[in-house]
Design a protein around this ligand. Sequence first.
Ligand code: CO
Ligand code: CO
Length: 380
Amino acid sequence: MPKNYHSFREEKYSHRQAALAQEMLKTDLSAIAINPGASLTYLTGTHFHLSERPVITLFMPNSKPVFVLPELEVGKTDTLPFEAQVYTYGEEPTNWSGVFRQAILEAEIGNGKIGIESRRMRVFEFRFLEESAPQTQFTDAGGLLSNLRMYKDQDEVLAIRKAVNIAQQALADTRSVIKVGTTEREIAAELTIQLLRHGSESEFPFSPIVQSGPNSANPHATPSDRKLEWGDLLVIDWGARYDGYISDITRTFAIGGVDDQLAHIAQVVLDANCAARRAARPGISAADVDRAARDVIKASGYGEFFIHRTGHGIGMEGHEAPYIRAGNEMVLKPDMTFTIEPGVYLPGRGGVRIEDDVLISECGLESLTDLPRKLEIIAA
Ligand code: CO
Ligand code: CO
């Protein structure tokens, strides 16, 4: 390990915790209590699973983080690149409350407000917090954390780039099995193997989605035993994870050839994808990017068949801010990463989706994905 590695890591997490402290001071929070998940990993570099044993980390604006965790997990705090206070408990659940109480007491939160991530926090951990701090008010601090995580630093962008490249290479090596007679499940299986082979972490952002023919009109189906037929549209939505960060890509193919209407919606979705990528840049709102895609599809007469938002943020999670949807006036800024994924779905016939992973740069947008987008006919 290079000598400066430790100090670099130290800087990264201390920097993130300092940014969190600043936000807490602005919003009058005495502490933020986080349970295992992406935000905890983001702030500490450690990874805990949700289990039947409660794990909580408390962050205060002016003191070191406090961990409450089972004894068997304490090893993970030995190598933390920052100072922390650690409280552990054994296997006897009746003692856990006491440990939580002591931790909260010594964190000197007093009667202040504690922020939690309401989308992530379980009733399980929340009960221990509530019991230990009966005078305390709890409030949702999810927005505060997602605002920090929304701006990616260089390392994070590099990891996402790598996750994109792994996914793109995996699809390239899956292409040979895509032909008439292959089932959706067989294609998904091959793609899964290729993702691992090309270096994805085994915890994929989601299982590959492979939908053919009429199934492709359902944006969230799971791969079935349906065999590819001549004239099918084939939608593949897949992603890799590298160093904790994910990619999320969709491409649509035609098997042998498709009829004029399906070829037309493929062109409409491509135009919508281009329009959204052209619109997205610093200073433009998320809603404007959604509108750019939606207007193209509406103008073609297929507006009612574009049944989801245009995109979502990507980072440690597949669904995070910024959400690219109507009504979200959040202004895009450099270092945000998200998807652009318009689609048109004709029930009973077929669907098309083209999903790219993009980065807002100082002056515009960079697409991290560069696979061809035009409907490609795979020889049957
Ligand atoms: Co996707
Ligand atoms: Co997506």
